[in-house]
Design a protein around this ligand. Structure first.
Ligand code: CTP
Ligand code: MG
Length: 175
């Protein structure tokens, strides 16, 4: 139960930096309207600089808050595997999650999927996977329970959050 709680706290910056671009993202697209070799958009209109930057910043700030509240506890709990939990970890997760998001759009465009269309499985788990992956790449250690719980729980949270966002009219589509 403790592991479960800690993995959820650990993932807060990933979830925040995944949600924030949908609310604050707008403006100039990262691919500058350019096409890839296949003459389809590289990323599409929905991936903007404003979304990327607000995503990483919100990941950073929410990470600092999590670090202040449970940083020491987290380190103690997993010190036996040499776990790292620096105050800036949220920026890393924010980058990881948004990198994953851009990667997902890149793949979608290659498959001719319109911006905003649903991309099953990746939509629900991609950001968590990439957020975790980047913190793993940086530190080479991540408690295995984090992978387990987050990859199972994330899709459930994601689906609920998006339904809610849609009902509250923050999101245009329920996925
Ligand atoms: N968004 C943004 N900049 C980003 C990421 C997201 O502005 N780097 C905003 C866009 O307004 C986008 C919304 O967040 O429409 C939802 O993001 P997401 O679901 O990741 O994108 P999709 O609309 O599904 O577009 P795509 O098909 O390219 O994945
Ligand atoms: Mg989408």
């Amino acid at each position: 139960m403790l592991d479960l709680g800690l993995s959820l706290l650990f993932a807060i910056p990933i979830m925040v930096s995944n949600a924030v671009p949908a609310i604050l993202g707008d403006g100039f697209p990262i691919d500058a309207y350019k096409n890839f070799f296949d003459r389809k958009r590289i990323l599409g209109d929905h991936k903007t600089f404003q979304g990327l930057i607000t995503g990483i910043l919100s990941g950073f700030f929410s990470g600092v808050i999590v670090w202040i509240i449970v940083g020491d506890f987290m380190l103690n709990q997993y010190s036996y595997i040499g776990f790292h939990f620096p105050f800036w970890i949220g920026a890393l997760m924010g980058w990881g999650c948004n990198f994953g998001d851009l990667f997902g759009s890149f793949v979608k465009r290659r498959f001719n999927l319109e911006s905003g269309s649903s991309f099953p499985v990746f939509d629900q788990m991609g950001y968590i996977l990439f957020g975790l992956l980047w913190s793993w790449i940086a530190f080479r250690v991540l408690p295995w329970v984090f992978w387990l719980t987050l990859l199972i729980i994330a899709p459930l949270i994601h689906i609920t959050a998006n339904r809610l966002g849609y009902l509250l009219k923050i999101k245009d589509v329920p996925w």
